[in-house]
Design a protein around this ligand. Structure first.
Ligand code: PLP
Length: 495
């Protein structure tokens, strides 16, 4: 053996073990103290990069240096999504079993594009997703022993794109994927639908001009009669309606579209019905909230994210499809180098054909660990708790003479505002977020700046919600007119 054969730059197994234990300790301590850190990172643009060395290291460094820099350079630039005082956007919560599942997935380091590239990855995924059909009481046509099925994808955005592509192919006789697009295809969603559909329209080649934004009622739910009217108008004008998306829990206000009525219209006109329940779908684990899925029997596809509210680290999105042949027919490309006996036999699922990328991570592990750790009982307990906390917060808003609810609170998102107008709401938003004690975000409802309090972080308890409300009230009470108009000029939102 030559000298150079003996040289290795790899981390030794002994060092991996040592640093691995240290890192798990670091994560456990981080989760213990995350509540004390400023929730919203307070750094200026460029500040983190300025503290990193200009050139990559020519020689390897001890792993401890990496951890030291994480503490000193990276952490100040982290917005702490796992803080119990995080109430912004929608949550991206996590949990011990999910983190360990991620770690194990990295340790196994498999790439599960084909059944043959790790049969357990495919079979566990199919099995755990069938559990979800049962746990959420979803329509039977999404179960793997029917013509449909489920797959774990990266995000809800990816699922929406897949659904739109499948709808496009159904509507064009599976010709578009080869020969390009007709610009006459149109899609529909409420004017509150998530922007991922606009992006999907761009990527799928339908174009954003061909996305119709259906008006909503006073509770921000799609008005089915308006959908019907728009479809009729498009038909008269020579367009081809192909797709409608209903949302269960819109991003701005958590509105739940009337899926059944929308589904009836979709069926009558032969449109693909996609249901986006990105965050709110998780609530269906509790029987008393299953009404959010009324009408789901009409859906051709459905998506929800365990990575938002089901204690499963980002990323983990579940995409359910009524007819898997349609999805596979839309996305399948089989080059020679991926051919194998199991695929040819037709006896296995190859999830590579069920989403946009070829390669895929072993995400089912963390979902499996989460479901086994909590059990249905544990998941229900925590989801109910979050919803109860949101209802309590909403009741405080209702009782306060200076605040109002801006939308109904069906689940765990409270949309509210100070009655004093946009400037004071902007001031409250900026001040509470600058304090580092909590983090909320905003939207516009009825053209008024509206504050959003989303309650779904794993460790959020009543004290965190109470402290957040007290801080909001204190800021509102102590705001001088001068500071409000100054703050408003500085940072009015773009929309
Ligand atoms: N749909 C809805 C209703 C959402 O609220 C979101 C994100 O908040 C998305 C889709 C996009 O989610 P993802 O980041 O998984 O693409």
């Amino acid at each position: 053996m030559s000298e150079s054969d003996r040289v290795s730059y790899h981390m030794s197994k002994a060092d991996f073990r040592k640093h691995g234990y240290e890192l798990v300790d670091w994560i456990a301590e981080y989760l213990d103290r995350v509540e004390t850190l400023p929730v919203l990172s307070q750094v200026e643009p460029g500040e983190i990069r300025a503290r990193l060395p200009r050139d990559p290291p020519a020689h390897g460094e001890p792993f401890q240096n990496c951890i030291k820099d994480v503490d000193e350079i990276i952490l100040p630039g982290i917005t702490h999504w796992q803080s119990p005082n995080f109430f912004a956007y929608f949550p991206a919560n996590s949990s011990g079993p999910a983190i360990l599942g991620e770690l194990l997935s990295a340790g196994l380091g498999i790439q599960g594009m084909l059944w043959a590239t790790s049969p357990a990855a495919t079979e566990l995924e199919t099995h755990v997703l069938d559990w979800l059909v049962q746990m959420l009481d979803l329509p039977k046509h999404f179960h793997s022993d029917t013509e449909g099925g489920v797959v774990i994808q990266d995000t809800a955005s990816g699922s929406t794109l897949c659904a739109l592509l499948a709808a496009r192919e159904v509507a064009t006789g599976f010709l578009t994927r080869q020969s390009g697009l007709s610009s006459k295809l149109v899609a529909y969603a409420s004017n509150q639908a998530h922007s991922s559909l606009d992006k999907a329209m761009i990527i799928a080649g339908l174009g954003t001009d061909n996305l119709r934004h259906v008006p909503v009622d006073a509770d921000f739910k799609m008005i089915p009669e308006q959908l019907e009217r728009m479809i009729q108008e498009d038909l008269k004008a020579g367009f081809k309606p192909v797709f409608v998306q209903a949302t269960v829990g819109t991003t701005s206000s958590n509105a739940i579209d009337p899926v059944g009525e929308i589904g009836g219209i979709a069926k009558r006109h032969g449109l693909w019905l996609h249901v986006d329940a990105a965050m709110s779908g998780t609530a269906a684990i509790c029987p008393e909230f299953r009404h959010i899925h009324d009408g789901l029997e009409f859906a051709d596809s459905y998506t929800f994210n365990p990575h938002k509210w089901m204690f499963t680290n980002f990323d983990c999105n579940c995409f359910f499809i009524r007819d898997r042949k349609v999805l596979i027919g839309t996305l399948s490309v089989l080059p020679e180098y991926l051919r194998n006996a199991a695929t040819e036999s037709g006896a296995v699922i190859d999830y590579r054909d069920w989403h946009i990328p070829l390669g895929r991570r072993f995400r089912a592990l963390k979902l499996w660990f989460v479901i086994r750790h909590y059990g249905i009982e544990g998941l229900r307990h925590h989801i109910r708790r979050h919803i109860a906390l949101a209802q309590e917060f909403a009741s405080w808003v209702k009782e306060h003479p200076k605040f109002e609810l801006a939308a109904p609170t069906p689940l765990n998102l409270v949309c509210f505002r100070h009655v004093g107008g946009d400037a004071i709401n902007q001031h409250i938003l900026d001040a509470v977020n600058r304090s580092g004690k909590m983090y909320i975000t905003h939207t516009r409802l009825a053209n008024k700046l509206t504050l959003r309090m989303a309650i779904g972080q794993t460790y959020t308890e009543q004290t965190h919600v109470r402290n957040a409300w007290d801080l909001i009230c204190r800021v509102a009470e102590t705001s001088s007119d001068a500071s409000i108009s100054e703050g408003a000029e500085r940072s009015m939102p773009a929309r």
